[in-house]
Design a protein around this ligand. Structure first.
Ligand code: EPZ
Length: 417
């Protein structure tokens, strides 16, 4: 969807089924290359980032097909170790083919990854981690070239618990000789789920407390079928959509136990929530309290991927609040667009200082990245009058049927060419 028009002011009410996790499935798709056979992922979301990863897998010679909502990848025969720059540079997750191709073929040639413009987003931690396993890695203007026929397990301490670097290292270590121990690994649920996916394929991986992951290399992997967990960021986005319209929502299949870092501040604002099995009911009616200060942190802290949609909620919550973005150095792009809608936001270094207003005003705004697009769509749901959001293709990267689901919850929203 390129441009969306919203007539705001309607309180959302209803239920939505939470899609499978984008940030869990993307590393699994790269990991499927490690196995000369078939990997099935049940509950795979139909989103643009998945389609782009499928294109890369097919470029490598894999066969990929859908069986209903299950995605099957046959990586029996791959024709090389080089990713085409055109597709790969579109997304961040293409960098994970570095570890996967090295593990499978002993070689890899990939362009520097693309992805949302959230700051520099270097890959130094990925490279130093994989070098520790004995790979030779060279970089040039076109990207990264790696060789490593005989990767050997070792102890690696990450300088920062980078999600991607942790995942890349896991992929390179699964078929390496000997034991690898990762210290200061990312603890995000998506990393844990990647380890489960690989264990289901016969890998020997143990996720220990305190950010430690132990891997014992194996000779080969096996066919498998994985059931994908629900997307905690998508669940949080729908909850915030109900909150900015002071509505009510039932999130079916929400991964509540992975959402505490996000649900606690919402409860402190006065949103009433009730967990029933794999469902989460939220009642956002009435006046919400401001929370003053909030900062994004690695899991289990407040997730950076919900920072922009949360900014929209704080922009229409009375009082002054401050959000500190500790993960990415440039993730406040939505703020300038929200200000066009009447939001009062001041950026002070890593902080966004927000003075809540009664209600936003509809106008034309433009999204520049995935979670910023979600934040602007939520702003349109709240705003008086009509809001036109351009650049909604960014939302398509991570949200399946986003507009249809919002309409199903009562929003007056439609695509316009
Ligand atoms: C993953 O990105 C997610 N993407 C991001 O979600 C998420 O925001 C991020 O983790 C943090 O949770 C996927 O899983 C596909 P990082 P990733 O490596 O792996 C710096 C979304 O909206 N860094 O943990 O790229 C980096 O610049 C996306 O769904 C280095 O300095 O995140 C950033 O400041 C956006 N050197 C910080 O670490 C490196 O080698 C966190 O990055 C790697 C990272």
């Amino acid at each position: 969807m390129e441009c969306v028009e919203i007539r705001g002011g309607r309180s959302l009410c209803g239920q939505v089924e939470v899609q499978g996790s984008k940030n869990a499935v993307l590393p699994m798709l790269a990991a499927s290359v490690l196995h000369a056979g078939i990997s099935r992922i049940q509950g795979c979301p139909r989103i643009q980032d998945v389609y782009d990863m499928i294109e890369l897998l097919e470029d490598l010679g894999c066969r990929v097909w859908w069986e209903g909502q299950c995605l099957a990848i046959d990586a029996s025969r791959i024709r090389g170790w080089e990713l085409p720059a055109q597709t790969a540079s579109r997304m961040r997750s293409s960098v994970l083919f570095l570890g996967a191709l090295l593990g499978r073929t002993g070689r890899a040639r990939i362009p520097y990854p693309g992805g949302c413009v959230l700051g520099e987003r270097p890959v130094d931690l990925h490279i130093s981690a994989i070098k520790a396993l004995g790979a030779q890695i060279e970089e040039d203007t076109r990207g990264i070239r790696a060789r490593g026929r005989e990767l050997r397990g070792c102890q690696v301490r990450l300088g920062f618990p980078s999600v991607g670097a942790t995942e890349n290292l896991i992929l390179a270590a699964v078929l390496a000789r000997g034991d690898t121990v990762i210290h200061n690994a990312a603890r995000e649920p998506e990393v844990e789920e990647l380890c489960l996916f690989l264990r289901e394929k016969g890998a020997r991986i143990r996720v220990c407390p305190q950010g430690r992951i132990e891997i014992r290399g194996v000779e080969c992997l096996q066919d498998s079928r994985h059931t994908l967990a629900a997307d905690r960021i998508v669940a949080g986005t729908y909850l915030l959509a109900a909150a900015v319209t002071r509505g009510r929502i039932l999130l079916k299949g929400a991964p509540v136990r992975h959402m505490t870092g996000f649900l606690e501040p919402l409860a402190a604002m006065g949103i009433r929530m009730e967990k029933a099995g794999e469902c989460l009911a939220a009642d956002c009616r009435g006046k919400l309290q401001n929370i003053g200060f909030l900062q994004t942190m690695p899991y289990p802290g407040f997730p950076t991927d919900l920072q922009s949609p949360m900014m929209t909620l704080l922009a229409v919550t009375e009082g002054r609040s401050r959000i500190r973005e500790n993960i990415f150095e440039s993730r406040f792009k939505a703020a300038q667009e929200l200000e066009k809608m009447g939001a009062r936001i001041k950026i002070e270094g890593r902080d966004a200082v927000i003075d809540g207003v009664e209600r936003l005003q509809g106008t034309r705004v433009e999204a520049r990245e995935l979670r910023g697009a979600a934040a602007l769509l939520l702003a349109g749901l709240n705003a008086a009058g009509i809001t036109r959001v351009r650049g909604c293709r960014f939302a398509d990267r991570g949200y399946e049927n986003f507009c249809e689901n919002l309409a199903g919850l009562g929003a007056d929203i439609r695509l316009i060419q």
